[in-house]
Design a protein around this ligand. Structure first.
Ligand code: ATP
Ligand code: MG
Length: 556
């Protein structure tokens, strides 16, 4: 999946150096370690493509490890969605593992630390602990419990496990260096008490390891060779290494890359959950969400997301990627694969006054001019009355308007050239009918009329049209960087969804399937929404045909 000709990214360089040196016997084992506290988003896709991509590229393997050390926020629903999303992206893990399966081992590790005099039970309150930690420029001070004996620590830790204390009453801390310039080394908390039901271990445990005492240890238990995480964990690395060294366990190494930030997008599970819970979006897989499931429902393909991750590359420094690049990637993919179809979103009736009443022609439309042999074809019924797009007609067209207006001619896609000679308005002055004549010798593919017209418009035959709801989406946030505001929700775009209750679609589209991309000619790329059923079809616009957003910004 990775392009062989591209220069190596810095992690690939590290791996190739390790392979040259024979570190870990030339073995590459990565892992993707989501916390099952929400649905995966496009940022996770970057990590997935990186970790699984390295496994594939270097003949190695990649584990899926659920980092489930916080019983309060984790759920089985999230576990299932995460597995589905990874597989949908096209990757398969070697082993499905859970940090919670290591709770007993982690407990033993903690006991070992205590026995070495390197961990102690602290009964101070969290405020007292924080106050005694000092500041980056001032060393911390020991709390009274720092000098507890090993025996006392062992029995207190055992009592913590047995549920003798309430939440927050005691913690286990590693005894490292209260004067370290790295705050993470100032006796970090490694176990806390939490009387809560865990999605896998139920009520077996009331003490849970902290991230720093679970992550590296799990890497080590699995013999992960390259543990890749995002740059905010750089300051945690000395602790990662210290624990592995003191516990004398397998020497996994941590490497950090820049997390993905996207313009107009919020990407933390906690905040996405807020959007769901507060009803700003319908669900985790709302097509406006940057979640993998939202993108899938919106019509993004796995290939387009992998392509995006490949294009953004792997850096050490964080930056902001233009969401337009993601849209570019899906356009590129759908242009090659999407079936071309016709739909009319804002209909007005066109009547061909010289076309025989009751006649129906079966026109042939190729599925995709970009594909070999046009990607096959489908039949499009044509008749005297057609729906066309309201804005393809103007009562007083300006110069260079190459569509319909009094006296103007245009080609009906896959059909004939028509010329407008009249139109009808209702009492409110709204145009209700456009009257045209057609040129019988101008049929597409067998045109002998010698006429030339500049514009081609799409249409759907009135008696054959099917109805569908069509949902058009705009950015969920108006601000390029929603997180820069005090409240990220202040820039939520109130017009991010436009639902067209009744659009007309060509009859072939009743066979549409969710996950298949369609280009509605001139309107964009669409896919069937998963909420559709045979009584009601709903289509989502995945993306417009061209980047109209950049132009909008320039216009102001
Ligand atoms: P969130 O804040 O969205 O919950 P997280 O980092 O807490 O993200 P985890 O479930 O812990 O989420 O993440 C699993 C893996 O995905 C981690 O290795 C993490 O570094 C990576 N990851 C998460 N967000 C991004 C991102 N925006 N870009 C790249 N990788 C990410
Ligand atoms: Mg997290």
């Amino acid at each position: 999946m990775l392009n062989e000709e591209k220069p190596l990214n810095f992690i690939e360089e590290i791996i190739e150096e390790d392979l040259r040196k024979g570190t870990h016997d030339g073995r590459v084992l990565t892992r993707f370690p989501p916390e099952p506290n929400g649905y995966l988003h496009i940022g996770h896709a970057k990590s997935i493509c990186l970790n699984f991509g390295l496994g594939i590229k270097y003949n190695g393997k990649t584990n899926l490890r659920f980092d489930d050390t916080n019983p309060v926020t984790e759920e089985t629903e999230y576990v299932e969605s995460i597995k589905r999303d990874i597989q949908w992206l096209g990757f398969q893990w070697e082993e499905e593992l859970y940090t919670s399966d290591y709770f007993e081992t982690l407990y033993e590790y903690a006991v070992n630390l205590i026995k070495k005099g390197l961990a102690y039970v602290d009964s101070s309150t969290s405020e007292e602990i924080a106050a005694a930690k000092g500041t980056p420029t001032e060393p911390g001070k020991p709390t009274p419990d720092r000098s507890r004996s090993i025996e006392e620590n062992l029995s207190l830790f055992q009592a913590m496990r047995e549920g003798k204390y309430k939440d927050g009453e005691k913690v286990l801390r590693a005894k490292i260096d209260l004067a370290s310039p790295n705050m993470h080394l100032r006796d970090p908390i490694i176990y806390r008490i939490k009387h809560a039901h865990h999605h896998r271990t139920g009520n077996d445990w009331c003490i849970y390891p902290m991230y720093d005492f679970a992550h590296g240890q799990s890497d080590s238990i699995e013999k992960i060779t390259h543990s890749i995480c995002t740059v905010e964990f750089i300051p945690h690395r000395p602790l990662y290494d210290w624990l592995i060294e003191e516990l004398e366990i397998f020497p996994s190494r941590q490497y950090e890359f820049a997390r993905l930030n996207l313009t107009y997008t919020v990407m933390s599970k906690r905040r996405l959950l807020q959007l769901v819970n507060e009803g700003h979006v319908e669900s985790w897989d709302d097509p406006r969400m940057p979640t993998i499931s939202g993108l899938r429902r919106r019509g993004y393909t796995p290939a387009s997301i992998r392509d995006f991750c490949e294009r953004i590359g792997v850096q050490k420094r964080e930056n902001m990627i233009d969401v337009g690049l993601l849209e570019f990637c899906i356009r590129e993919d759908l242009n090659k694969t999407a079936l071309r179809r016709m739909a009319v979103l804002d209909p007005i009736k066109l009547i061909i006054t010289n076309y025989p009443e009751g006649q129906v022609e079966e026109l042939i439309g190729e599925n995709n001019p970009e594909a070999e042999n046009g990607g096959g074809s489908r039949i499009i019924p044509f008749s005297k009355e057609l729906w066309i797009e309201r804005d393809d007609f103007m009562e007083e067209p300006p110069k260079k308007f190459f569509r319909l207006g009094p006296g103007l001619s245009a080609r009906l896609k896959h059909g004939y050239i028509v010329q407008c000679h009249d139109y009808v308005k209702d009492e409110q002055g709204k145009v209700t009918e456009v009257h045209c004549t057609y040129v019988p010798t101008s049929k597409s593919g067998e045109d002998t009329s010698g006429l030339k017209v500049k514009g081609t418009i799409h249409w759907v035959s009135v008696p054959h049209a099917k109805e569908a709801e069509v949902r058009l989406y705009d950015r969920l946030f108006n601000d390029e960087d929603p997180m820069a505001a005090e409240d990220f929700k202040s820039s939520i775009n109130p017009n991010s969804l436009t639902a067209i209750e009744k659009a007309y679609i060509e009859p072939d589209l009743v066979h549409a399937e969710a996950g298949t991309g369609y280009q509605f000619i001139r309107l964009g790329y669409f896919t069937l929404d998963t909420s559709s059923n045979s009584d009601k079809l709903v289509f989502n616009r995945t993306v417009t045909l061209k980047d109209s957003w950049a132009k909008e910004i320039k216009k102001g």
